[in-house]
Design a binder for this molecule. Structure first.
Ligand code: SF4
Ligand code: SF4
Length: 427
């Protein structure tokens, strides 16, 4: 990214940088499922420039177009001018939210994300009653609706809820008798749905004799709100998390996040969001240097790889999916593979870097037909490998890929690499 952050959000100047080479078109996730010039990176940029110059009204049609981007960053990866199309679309979504408001169910969801105590109550109630409305598939921590509702069809697989959240199931300080100490930022899906990820991370830290601080007051990183244009929630949660991280950062070596989207939000998007609040931007930059994806830190800063080498080989075959927020945004892709391949055979799918098609809250609700279509090629790639397990360090990818595989009748099981590593350490 050659431009300063403030300049990037001048939509007309960023749009003018586009040389219309079209290199981004073949890799654009929305263009693949909706092949129209307006839903392509250069189409989005053209419209943003016109909007900034006052030649385009932000009407329902424009809203519909700007909300169809998956924010996958595929375009940024191949663009010769490194134009951050995803960042400018995230920004215009705030204008869209200001003009049209945010749907009631999204506001209710974001309200939960602002208050952990409220979230804890809602998820506890959800766990108590989930069997009334859903059929549970315990082996993959998922469920399907018993009834057809407007956005909840019976053939759609969703993550089920854990009885007790990860943060409520453990002590805040875990003494593994070591001289090193790390904090854990767990993320909402791993806290309430895929609790085994955090449990596995604690098991790994115990073997490594690294003490853990669970940072129980952490709030949602606010990525779902950021991608939807609810900047009030981002402002509130980001400021809280920055101040909270500052309060314990001197006592820990690193803040580990076993989730690509949360890690990218904390490490990169807080800085983007605070582009017009310099004090907070500077604080975000300093504190977020301590944030690392869990596999990246464990691989680069501990003896984990050599310990795994002493363990048995597992007969299960693994294929690895690269979450957009891990490989393209944070450059993390060799580290999880290097750790996993010590005990499992890895068979690469034809393109592990292709977006799974999750796309955020709007894509998973109003525009679910796009998410569904974008998930089909990924499920087919996984099936072709014949792997027993598909792995990725991202629970949003897990939710989307599990649903895509369910729709395509693919029996491969999804596991976070942290779970695979913890299982290998037990052998
Ligand atoms: S972020 Fe992804 S979906 Fe959006 S324009 Fe870029 S490639 Fe297309
Ligand atoms: S790759 Fe970059 S410069 Fe080329 S058309 Fe796409 S956004 Fe424009």
């Amino acid at each position: 990214m050659s431009k300063m952050i403030n300049e990037i959000f001048n939509f007309d100047s960023t749009a003018d940088d586009c040389v219309k080479c079209g290199k981004c078109i073949p890799v654009c996730t929305i263009h693949q499922v909706n092949p129209d010039e307006v839903t392509s990176p250069r189409g989005f940029l053209d419209l943003l420039g016109a909007y900034k110059r006052g030649n385009l009204e932000l009407d329902k049609n424009a809203k519909d177009i700007f909300e169809s981007c998956f924010l996958c960053t595929n375009c940024v990866d191949v663009c010769p001018k490194s134009i951050p199309t995803d960042m400018v679309i995230e920004q215009v979504r705030s204008d869209i939210a200001d003009k049209f408001g945010i749907a009631w169910y999204k506001r209710a969801f974001f309200l939960l994300l602002r208050h952990r105590w409220l979230n804890d109550i809602a998820f506890k109630l959800g766990w108590s009653f989930q069997t009334c409305g859903f059929k549970i598939k315990a082996d993959i921590n998922s469920m399907t609706s018993r009834f057809n509702l407007p956005m909840l069809k019976t053939n759609r697989l969703l993550p089920s809820l854990a009885k007790t959240s990860f943060l409520n199931a453990h002590k805040e300080n875990i003494d593994n008798g070591g001289t090193r100490r790390v904090a854990i930022f767990i993320g909402c899906l791993a806290n309430y749905n895929f609790k085994e990820i955090g449990d596995s991370l604690l098991e790994i830290l115990e073997v490594l004799e690294i003490d853990a601080f669970l940072a129980k007051s952490q709030k949602c990183c606010s990525a779902p709100a950021y991608f939807t244009g609810d900047f009030d929630t981002v402002d509130s949660n980001a400021k809280f998390n920055i101040a909270y991280f500052e309060s314990f950062s001197r006592d820990v070596e690193a803040i580990l996040v076993p989730e690509a989207t949360c890690s990218a939000m904390l490490k990169m998007d807080y800085e983007h969001y605070f582009h017009d609040q310099p004090d907070w931007r500077a604080r975000a930059k300093v504190i977020m240097d301590k944030v690392h994806m869990a596999t990246e830190w464990l691989h680069n800063h501990t003896e984990l790889e050599s310990i795994l080498r002493t363990k048995e080989q597992d007969t299960k075959v693994v294929t690895y999916h690269d979450p957009c927020h891990a490989r393209k945004v944070q450059g993390v892709h060799t580290e999880p593979r290097n750790l996993v391949r010590q005990n499992y055979k890895i068979v690469e799918m034809s393109d592990p870097n292709v977006c799974c098609g999750f796309g955020g809250v709007t894509m998973q609700s109003e525009k679910y037909h796009f998410a569904e279509a974008a998930g089909i090629p990924k499920a087919a790639m996984i099936k072709k490998t014949g792997a027993d397990i598909v792995s990725a360090e991202c629970s949003a990818c897990r939710m989307q890929i599990n649903n895509s595989m369910h729709g395509a009748g693919v029996r491969t099981v999804f596991k976070n690499p942290i779970e695979l590593i913890a299982e290998a350490l037990k052998k």
